[in-house]
Design a protein. Sequence first.
Length: 121
Amino acid sequence: MKNKKTLVLGASTKPDRYAFKAITALVEKGHSVLAIGQNQGEVAGISIRTKNIPLANIHTVTLYLNPARQRDYYNYIVETQPKRVLFNPGTENPEFYQLLELNKIKYEVACTLVLLATNQY
């Protein structure tokens, strides 16, 4: 299995949150994970940062932020030049799709947890 370096945006230390479950599942599947959220903390050994950190060689950005909160990260994500951006359920954002297309960044409307569970990640 290939390690796909993943940035989880909207990370949470609350076990009932999908972002928390995604970080845990990504780590279990052997992917390297970076996490940015509103509050600092740790999930599955991954530190959650509250500020944008310089990123390189990111394969996937998986979003757990509603469209209004995504706006603050548009430039950050585009500058990072990931191979793809995953829009999890509830994060769908046609405005952002257009920006990603303009910058030749692929995106999928898909659930990270489902992709991992079905070996399609």
